[in-house]
Write a new protein. Structure first.
Ligand code: LMR
Length: 390
């Protein structure tokens, strides 16, 4: 039977991790998968998380099942950070999910059960978005996310929404757009929110990098502006980056609606999908986040660590932008983009040459992880870019 299986190419981004690890060259540079790195190239556990984990080991007296919705203390503790301190709690309910991927999967599957047949999404996008939409059997409708000048293309979103109607959802990145780093500005979000009003289009907001762009509050501006305008939406949230919990897989799925019955049905459907997929989410990382958010001192420490991360990425962006022009590449837009990622207009051959000749690893799309650049490798990186684009 198994011989009937078609060939399945490995996920390109995950394949890159293996290729990089196998490269013996000492000065190799990893700009691939989206993990934060310090100025010395490390991805340490947050101190606030370490402290919470120590506490967890001391106080946790059971690892018995919690249920498909996971740790609801974690899910609720995040709500003021995501939706704002004054958000009407009766409009929102959520459940834990295995990472941002699990949360997006739940959002897409719940949307499908609610009658969504097409997902409208700006491209390029995180490659897993399209994979999840396809795996759910939904149609993907694309529009251009960014302009040639490295800003967000609001007109393209407007045109896509003008064509949208019942059975459609629109997937928006809340902040730190992956892969481009090109976010809608607050003024653009102010225009987007009314565009969604009065349309039978379900907003799906993916917020996977809150705090890595302009700050915890500023990065929620788009989501909160949309939710102040529309009656309902689905939200996929990830703590993998802003709490540094990557492999612990910590995410949450939220439904927002003023209809209490619909809200409980969204959760019941989400729980059923979770049960048939992973049954119950992994607990450890979410429990650690809950302990951080339940403790004012640990929360302060976590937010300070997040500020440091953001500050370092801003410095790297400033240095890249200061290069102005590297061969044909205009570097200034990188300075105004947000989060871990930006895209460089490189050909497949140039990306291959960076890998083969300079031991620099990046996604095939030209996406670079800004945090992979350090004070020691940023100049060699810029020189390598100059060499392959000459
Ligand atoms: C990335 O885009 O590099 C991260 O979100 C990791 C992943 O799962 O793709």
């Amino acid at each position: 039977m198994l011989e009937a299986l078609g060939a399945q190419p490995a996920d390109a981004l995950l394949g890159l991790i293996k290729l990089y690890n196998a490269d013996p060259r000492p000065g190799k540079i990893d700009l691939g998968v989206g993990v934060y790195r310090t100025a010395t190239g490390a991805t340490p556990v947050f101190k606030a998380i370490k402290a919470a984990e120590a506490r967890l080991i001391a106080v946790q007296d059971s690892k018995s099942y919690l249920g498909p919705e996971g740790d609801m203390g974690f899910v609720r503790a995040l709500i003021p950070y995501v939706f704002g301190a004054g958000f009407d709690a009766s409009r929102v309910e959520g459940m834990q999910a295995p990472g941002g991927t699990g949360a997006v999967r739940l959002a897409i599957e719940v949307a499908k059960r609610a009658g969504v047949r097409r997902v409208i999404m700006g491209t390029p996008s995180w490659p897993n978005h399209a994979q999840i939409i396809a795996a759910a059997g939904l149609e993907l409708v694309t529009f251009r996310h960014g302009t040639a000048e490295g800003t967000a293309d609001l007109d393209a979103l407007k045109a896509a929404l003008a064509e949208a109607g019942p059975g459609d959802a629109v997937l928006l990145h809340g902040c730190c757009h992956n892969p481009s780093g090109v976010d809608y500005t607050p003024a653009q979000w102010d225009e987007i929110a009314p565009m969604l009003v009065g349309r039978a289009v379900l907003p799906l907001i993916d917020l996977a990098y809150q705090g890595l762009g302009a700050g915890m509050e500023a990065d929620a501006y788009g989501l909160r502006t949309v939710l102040a305008a529309v009656p309902e939406a689905l939200v996929a949230y990830s703590c993998d980056k802003n709490f540094g919990l990557y492999r612990d897989r910590v995410g949450a799925f939220y439904a927002v609606t003023g209809d209490a019955d619909a809200l409980s049905r969204a959760m019941a459907n989400g729980a059923a999908i979770a049960r048939a997929s992973w049954s119950m989410p992994p607990d450890h990382g979410a429990a650690a986040v809950r302990l951080v958010l339940d403790d004012a001192e640990l929360t302060k420490e976590w937010l300070a660590e997040l500020d440091d991360m953001r500050g370092r990425m801003r410095e790297v962006r400033d240095r890249l932008a200061a290069a102005q022009q590297v061969g044909p590449i205009a570097m200034a837009p990188l300075g105004i983009q947000n989060g871990l990622f930006s895209m460089l207009p490189l050909s497949g051959e140039q990306i291959q040459a960076l890998r083969a000749d300079h031991a620099i690893y990046m996604a095939g799309s030209g996406r670079i992880n800004i945090a992979g650049l350090t004070s020691t490798n940023i100049e060699p990186f810029i020189e390598a870019l100059r060499a392959v684009t000459a």
